[in-house]
Design a protein around this ligand. Sequence first.
Ligand code: DX5
Ligand code: ZN
Length: 206
Amino acid sequence: MKVSVSVLSVYDRLINAVKKVNESTADFLHIDVMDGKFVFDKKFPIEVLKDVKLVSTKPLDVHLMVDDYDTVKKYAQLMPEYLTFHVEIIKDYELIDYVKSLGIKVGLAINPETDISKLTKYLNDIDLVLFMSVTPGLGGQSFKEDVVEKIKSIKKIAPSDLMISIDGGVNDKTIELCKYAGCDMVVSGSFVTNSDNYNKQINKLR
Ligand code: DX5
Ligand code: ZN
């Protein structure tokens, strides 16, 4: 299981947390971006994330909770490994094609209440699906178990190399559901960053 560590819950000690992720066995650093429109909170400015990129030795897994194409294009300047935006904001292939043209892997995130039929037509054109197992916008929420059946349905029709990731409420208990659902990768925030020993927590998710 690949583990992507979200530093959202430690935004006040961001650079310190990024360094702790560097020292850990995490596969990716998960960065959450919120625009105050798609979700109520607003962070992080791109200037801050450019600093994060300079400090991070892990590939970046950027999750954009934003509601417009221009903001997605702006954050693509970070040139992360994965750039994930929400299926709820797209009407066509423009953003997928744009991000791919930059050589960045494309992810589509889907909220807990969104029907998976929104995703199906894009499955052959993207690299990753990020299933939200909480309402996006905040770390430390409880895992919504309904996501498991959604993942299983998508896996039946998805190309075998499509990366399936999950974000929200992932801990040493809910990881069993993520494995059962067939996830390739988990995003974990507070479960990892609330501990002094990131590796000990990451190992419980492998
Ligand atoms: C929530 C974010 C998550 C969040 C996960 O909207 O997308 O990445 O930081 O945090 P935990 O693991 O604490 O739910
Ligand atoms: Zn996220």
